[in-house]
Write a protein that binds this ligand. Structure first.
Ligand SMILES: C[S@@+](CC[C@H](N)C(=O)[O-])C[C@H]1O[C@@H](n2cnc3c(N)ncnc32)[C@H](O)[C@@H]1O
Length: 249
């Protein structure tokens, strides 16, 4: 298995997701968490696996100095276009995370790594590199595809054979991530390097709603309710993605 750099098809899929409620909820939760955790001064930010650059653009618009690293050309081109359309500047690096330590010398105040781990062949090998690229007094914003949510959805759908066979990950060319992460396993891997300061669920109920209710719901209401319940002790862990704000230890 190798890391899954996004091709043209995956890029179109990512664009579609961002155009709908799912993308809007993801951005709203991540932005609320970042707003709460970060200081009010301009930061040097590195967005690893930056994709189409939505989060980077939001940070650049708030005065932060942003570097986007992304190995997939169609994704990075999408990000460049998004910045050009918004009249914002950034540094764009076409590279996988494996190449970053040799290309970047100074660590960053904030490292973003959103929805990347689950596309890697060996998700935990990136963790020491994230640490190396973050200042001692900096932050890591880590969002990942939550295996618990996948298990729960399969239970709700009655996919018991799949559960027994333990075949929850996406197939080679599928657009389901190849390595959904077990949050407890990830937490154990972070120990000694990172302290997790806040944990939120991204889409703790939206994706589980019966479709007719989902279709009828107003986006503003969905955003308000997802934000209000993102740290609920029973629901946060059901988020399709989990977002952890981490500090180096
Ligand atoms: C689901 S997208 C997430 C994009 C963006 N971070 C976001 O949250 O919208 C996953 C991204 O990880 C990138 N990726 C895959 N392997 C990578 C690697 N080895 N290093 C850096 N990025 C990688 C893919 O090309 C893709 O753009």
């Amino acid at each position: 298995m190798s890391d899954r750099h996004f091709d043209q098809l995956a890029t179109r899929f990512a664009e579609k997701i961002y155009g709908g409620a799912k993308g809007a909820i993801r951005l709203a939760v991540l932005q609320a968490d970042l707003t709460e955790s970060l200081p009010g001064r301009p930061l040097r930010v590195l967005d690893i696996g930056a994709g189409l650059g939505h989060m980077s653009l939001w940070l650049a618009e708030r005065g932060h100095e942003v570097t986007l690293a992304e190995p997939a050309v169609p994704m990075l081109e999408g990000a460049r276009q998004r910045f050009a359309d918004a009249g914002q500047k950034a540094t764009f690096i076409q590279a996988p995370w494996q190449d970053l330590p040799s290309q970047l010398s100074e660590p960053y105040d904030l490292v973003i790594c959103h929805a990347v781990l689950e596309w890697l062949a060996e998700p935990f090998t990136i963790l020491p590199v994230l640490h190396q690229l973050t200042r001692n007094d900096g932050w890591l914003s880590l969002a990942f595809y939550n295996r618990d949510a996948l298990v729960y959805r399969n239970l709700l759908k009655g996919h018991f054979k799949k559960m027994r066979r333990n075949t929850l990950a996406g197939e080679k060319q599928s657009l389901t991530p190849q390595q959904p992460l077990d949050p407890r396993e990830l937490a154990a891997q972070l120990g000694g390097m990172w302290r997790v300061e806040t944990q939120s669920g991204v889409r703790v109920f939206h994706d589980y709603m019966p479709v007719e209710f989902q279709a009828r719901a107003e986006l503003a209401d969905l955003l308000e309710m997802e934000l209000a319940h993102r740290r609920h002790p029973s629901f946060a862990g059901l988020g399709r993605y989990l977002h952890w704000m981490c500090r180096p230890v």
